[in-house]
Design a protein around this ligand. Structure first.
Ligand code: CTP
Length: 498
């Protein structure tokens, strides 16, 4: 079969002509071929050359007037960018094709050798680029049929292919989830047999696949596959723990694994935001460790949002996911995920809405998306009622935000303002006074205005400072130690009324 008509990018003809000149055979291979045949867009082209890929890359870059060629001598690869395409050249090899491997490439091979050592038949197809046979599909394992039948199959015995690079087991799941393919039985059995080999793969490589699974149209497909093959057990025990239903006195709870996946799928219908999908994945992660049975009220998961938020850094660290703002965002949404529902349960007060706006900040819309996705009841009337309640909450959020602007709350009075007003050095009462002002704004006692905040500071500041002074005196008298002094002050503050 010939696909010359579709190989319109100038790089293909240029590679073919330069390869002809050097007497080499060159092919486009792998993901690009697969995606082109599937009609999916591609951002990179992999070229395999019998012989040196580096020299050919340099020659092609020159005729195309492409930018700098980056050469990775140890790996025998070279790449350059042409327009928005990344073009990578590699010499055909006899052993496994492993992107993330640090092993240098030693043995040159033919195109057949190279295709043999790739992960799936659909990724082992190549287009010939030399002018003699330009665009011919080289497909020794009938990847084209697998593509049509949406099957993931390894070119060699799956035990061999997966042992060459165990990450490929995750790639199988990822492609299944991303492309809506199924993994052939033999490969699936092999994954189950070899799942523990994933332990030698770095967390970074695993999370790349995990993120791609999460970004697929229905992430649940990938997670169920990972669970059934026990791949998930190798790196995500907390998720495995969500699985199962316990019954006591004839009362069961829902299976939190399936519930979680439903929530992730629901979120994925409305948002492509990777970290929001992570928040959905982790929102109930602490249900197993907080699960209790009470003969009177059945199953409870008290504090799972708080405990879950505390589990987030541990999980991110283990999977080597980014520990900065992305992690904090996920942690925040896990912590707050019950708040919108709590708001619908009682009369929605302005003060509760203001506090939620303040705590969620700009992520309040994502929090509402998560809260809506979290409604997985099969009872349609119930779902409708909950969603309507959320509409009320959203209206209230908009209304209060317009009035009070607390979503990106900046304290109207700074620590410096307080120090200047009372001529005091940095000390504990400053934070306390700032907090009193913030709480008063949140509770609607004063409007979010500098003048009102200043008036409150002048009214409350002296009382707070006097109490602090008296506690300092008692400290010097040995009534309590530093810690005791702080605790006494904090207790006094909790009872302080403005
Ligand atoms: N490959 C492999 N084994 C791996 C990784 C990659 O055999 N563990 C081969 C496959 O032929 C694959 C090609 O290298 O098609 C390119 O790999 P990569 O760019 O990682 O993936 P793609 O298949 O292009 O898919 P995507 O771009 O969606 O990641």
């Amino acid at each position: 079969m010939n696909f010359a008509g579709q190989l319109t990018h100038p790089v293909f003809r240029a590679v073919g002509e330069e390869a002809d000149r050097k007497g080499q055979s060159a092919f486009a291979i792998g993901g690009f071929v697969r995606d082109m045949l599937l009609g999916r867009p591609s951002k990179d082209i992999d070229i395999v050359v019998e012989g040196s890929g580096i020299e050919l890359a340099k020659a092609v870059a020159k005729v195309l007037g492409a930018g700098k060629v980056s050469v990775f001598k140890n790996f025998g690869t070279a790449m350059f960018c042409h327009g928005d395409m990344e073009v990578e050249f590699v010499g055909a090899r006899k052993e496994s094709y492993e992107r993330g491997s640090r092993k240098p490439i030693v043995e040159d091979g033919s195109i057949e050798d190279d295709q043999n050592r790739r992960d799936f038949t659909i990724n082992a197809m190549a287009f010939r680029l030399n002018s003699d046979g330009f665009g011919d599909l080289v497909d020794p394992f009938d990847g084209l049929t697998d593509l049509e039948e949406k099957t993931l199959r390894t070119p060699l015995d799956p035990d061999v292919t997966f042992s060459d690079d165990p990450l490929r087991m995750m790639r199988a799941v990822r492609f299944a989830s991303q492309l809506g393919f199924h993994v052939e039985k033999k490969s699936l059995d092999s994954i189950e047999r070899n799942a523990n080999r994933l332990d030698i793969i770095s967390a970074e490589r695993i999370h790349v696949e995990l993120n791609k699974i999460l970004l697929s149209e229905r992430p649940s497909v990938g997670f169920k596959l990972m669970f059934n093959t026990t791949l998930l057990h190798r790196f995500f025990p907390e998720m495995v723990d969500l699985k199962g239903v316990e019954r006591k006195n004839g009362i069961g709870h829902k299976d939190n694994f399936y519930h979680t996946l439903e929530v992730v799928d629901n979120v994925s219908e409305t948002s492509d935001h990777l970290w929001l999908r992570w928040a959905a994945l982790l929102h109930d992660i602490a249900k197993p460790p907080t699960k209790r049975f009470h003969p009177d009220h059945g199953w409870t998961f008290h504090g799972h949002e708080d405990r879950g938020a505390r589990m987030v850094p541990k999980i991110f660290k283990r999977l080597k996911l980014p520990m900065d703002h992305q992690m904090r965002y996920v942690q925040k949404l896990v912590l707050l995920h019950l708040r919108p529902i709590a708001l619908t349960k009682e009369e929605v007060t302005d003060s509760a809405v203001r506090r939620l706006l303040f705590e969620a900040g700009d992520d309040v819309d994502d929090l509402m998306t998560l809260a809506r996705a979290d409604i997985t009841s099969k009872n349609e009337a119930k779902v409708e009622r909950y969603l309507k309640n959320y509409d009320v909450v959203v209206r209230k959020l908009v209304e209060v935000e317009e009035k009070d602007r607390v979503r990106n709350f900046e304290p109207p009075i700074s620590g410096e303002d307080i120090m200047a007003a009372f001529s005091i050095p940095p000390c504990r009462p400053i934070g306390a006074i700032k907090n009193i002002i913030k709480d008063a704004i949140m509770d609607g006692v004063i409007p979010n205005q500098p003048d009102d905040a200043r008036a409150l500071m002048m009214r409350c500041g002296p009382k707070v400072l006097a109490e602090w002074k008296s506690i300092q005196f008692r400290l010097s008298e040995g009534e309590f130690n530093e810690k005791g002094a702080r605790e006494t002050f904090d207790t006094w503050l909790t009872q302080f009324e403005v």
